[in-house]
Design a protein around this ligand. Structure first.
Ligand SMILES: Cc1cc2nc3c(=O)[nH]c(=O)nc-3n(C[C@H](O)[C@H](O)[C@H](O)COP(=O)(O)OP(=O)(O)OC[C@H]3O[C@@H](n4cnc5c(N)ncnc54)[C@H](O)[C@@H]3O)c2cc1C
Length: 404
């Protein structure tokens, strides 16, 4: 299959699954249960780990292919779209880019069989200022001993593979920089590393089927073979890890855009069906203008996201360009909130109730200006890159070195 046939193939699978997932999206939302049954479908369709190279069992799909898939799935079930993002972008893409053969051969099968890896960066005292993280990994012979707390970890409690960001200390306790450590946690199969605790789950506004958890590490031992090598060394390890994270950022923006696109589909349908003042809503010019603005926002987001995703194939790195990824996620996440809010408005009271999916989509879409780098931090990244200055705000991977 050539590139464009492959994209069409993935797109048609995703459309089919989205229609299958949509009717149950409200169930996962209300029950706050993880959509395990959708995982089986995603695995069977080859959408879990589709970006993993063929030699490790995946399909070597591009980030652009994943973006096409994510939009379709997000139209029907944003929860499932998050699983597609995190099984193809972010943590697993860092492993594929930087990992040893042993690490790739260990992690790829987990994802291909249905695991959505967790990426563990944020801490109670280190949110946007991620490099102020306090979790440490102290070297002790051939192991690292991890201590610290991470919170708002997507999938905490259901994910098996964890990529944990920690401050690396040498045997004398000297701070060497930030690195990533791979930890496998699967209590159902008796894989329970000592010192790894899922402490609590957050109660969230939207995307309620996905656990967001606090994780505690107390003298958690990780063999040095499971420290992810970063090409620029320890000092710039955080920048390398965040570079990989640009793929997840594009994925998150695409979920927001997909939810917006789905809400627009619902709004167009309702404007034809619903009559007031003796005519369909679609005949009121003010509402036509709303639809035009919503469609323009979705389409502009889509193009920015495509551009960012494709930059991974064209650029210096195998990941999306940081400026294009930040710009695309910023625009897609902010504009999607407005689009979904307008779609809900077009349904009147019906949009506010749970007979229609709009109220859920409205809650789901709200997250994307926060998780994965807030809109404010992304603006700082875009602005500082355009102006050619290094921003001390750190989610772009700029790590303050002592003396800087
Ligand atoms: C649903 C969800 C899922 C998440 N999943 C994960 C995950 O899987 N892994 C993970 O590691 N983290 C995850 N996070 C955490 C997320 O990355 C952080 O919430 C985010 O980086 C912001 O950190 P904070 O919440 O501590 O806000 P803070 O950093 O405390 O920011 C508070 C406010 O101040 C603004 N602000 C802060 N600094 C600046 C500045 N320099 N200039 C301008 N404005 C500023 C922010 O934009 C924000 O509006 C998730 C969050 C959510 C909501």
């Amino acid at each position: 299959m050539n590139k464009s046939h492959r994209s069409v193939h993935f797109l048609s699978i995703a459309k089919e699954l989205s229609q299958k997932f949509a009717p149950k999206a409200a169930l996962w939302d209300r029950s706050r249960e993880y959509c395990w049954e959708n995982i089986d479908d995603l695995v069977d369709a080859g959408l879990m780990g589709m970006t993993i190279p063929k030699q490790y069992g995946g399909q070597s799909a591009s980030f652009y292919d994943v973006v096409l898939v994510i939009e379709e799935i997000a139209r029907g079930c944003a929860l499932s779209a998050r699983i597609v993002v995190e099984s193809n972008m972010g943590g697993i893409s860092a492993v594929i880019a930087y990992g040893t053969e042993e690490q790739k051969n260990y992690c790829a099968p987990l994802v291909l069989k249905g695991d959505k890896p967790a990426i563990c960066i944020t801490e109670p005292e280190a949110g946007s200022a991620a490099t102020e993280m306090k979790t440490v990994a102290q070297k002790a012979g051939s192991k690292y001993i991890l201590n610290g707390v991470k919170h708002w970890i997507t999938g905490g409690g259901i994910s098996k593979l964890h990529l944990i960001f920690a401050r690396i200390l040498d045997e004398e306790g000297q701070d060497l920089g930030i690195g990533g450590f791979l930890v496998h946690y699967d209590p159902a199969n008796n894989i329970k590393p000592d010192g790894f605790t899922v402490a609590r789950r957050e109660h969230t506004l939207g995307l309620c089927g996905m656990p967001e958890a606090e994780l505690h590490f107390n003298d958690l031992e990780v063999d040095e073979a499971f420290m992810l090598p970063t090409p620029s060394g320890f000092r710039r390890g955080f920048a390398d890890l965040m570079n990989a994270y640009n793929s997840q950022r594009v994925g998150a923006g695409t979920i927001a855009m997909g939810i917006a696109a789905g809400s627009l589909d619902h709004a167009k349908r309702y404007m034809t069906d619903r009559h007031q003042f003796g005519r369909p809503l679609a005949e009121f010019q003010g509402l036509q203008w709303m639809i035009a603005e919503m469609d323009t926002s979705v389409h502009a987001s889509r193009l920015l996201l495509y551009e960012a995703a494709k930059s991974a194939e064209e650029g210096k790195s195998q990941f999306p360009d940081p400026l294009l990824a930040a710009r695309a996620k910023l625009f897609a996440s902010e504009s999607a909130i407005k689009v979904v809010s307008d779609a809900l408005q077009l349904f009147g009271a019906r949009g506010y109730g749970d007979q229609e999916p709009l109220e859920r989509m409205y809650r789901d879409v709200r997250m994307f200006t926060i998780g994965g780098g807030t809109a404010q931090i992304l603006k700082t990244q875009v602005g500082s890159r355009l102006l050619g200055i290094k921003a001390p705000q750190t989610r772009d991977g700029y790590l303050r070195l002592s003396g800087e």
